[in-house]
Write a protein that binds this ligand. Sequence first.
Ligand code: HEC
Length: 149
Amino acid sequence: MKHPFNLHILLPSLLIATAGTAYAADAATSQQMVERGRYLVTVSGCNDCHTPNYPESGGKIPESDRLTGNSVGFQGPWGTSYPANLRLTMKNLNEQQWLQRARLPLRPPMPWFSLRDMTDDDCARSMPTSVNSARKASLRLPTPRRVRR
Ligand code: HEC
């Protein structure tokens, strides 16, 4: 029997078309995660403490400079606690490790219970995806920076 079209040509092009669709879908999902993560980080107040001068500037710190940690600490019966550089923390942990770290009880005024009550998707996927993408984007900025990212 004769095939209606030449399979040698058809098959590879089908494969390429399918792979292209999968790649486009991945890119779209990850862009949605970046946006969701950016939204969550912004409205759940992480920058208030983890981004220097964020409250003082009315939130007008560019994303490339956010979450780099704060040298202004909080003193109380717990000693002195300093908001960590979340870029470094997130950079070095995979999803599972981040979930464990983020949900451990921490010292005041860190609202660790907010992270505990977030869905795994929001906490372990959207937030780190957006923070990591902002860190990578800021590494490509031309000006040298003093802060560790
Ligand atoms: C009111 C201030 C404040 C806010 C708001 C805040 N944090 Fe924190 N965060 C801290 C302080 C202070 C520490 C250090 C706690 C300690 O030493 O036990 C900390 C520590 C952490 C740590 C541990 C990091 C490490 O490497 O050990 C994580 C993770 C974290 N914060 C994530 C977040 C996220 C995500 C948000 C937003 C939902 C947030 N924080 C909002 C003050 C804050």
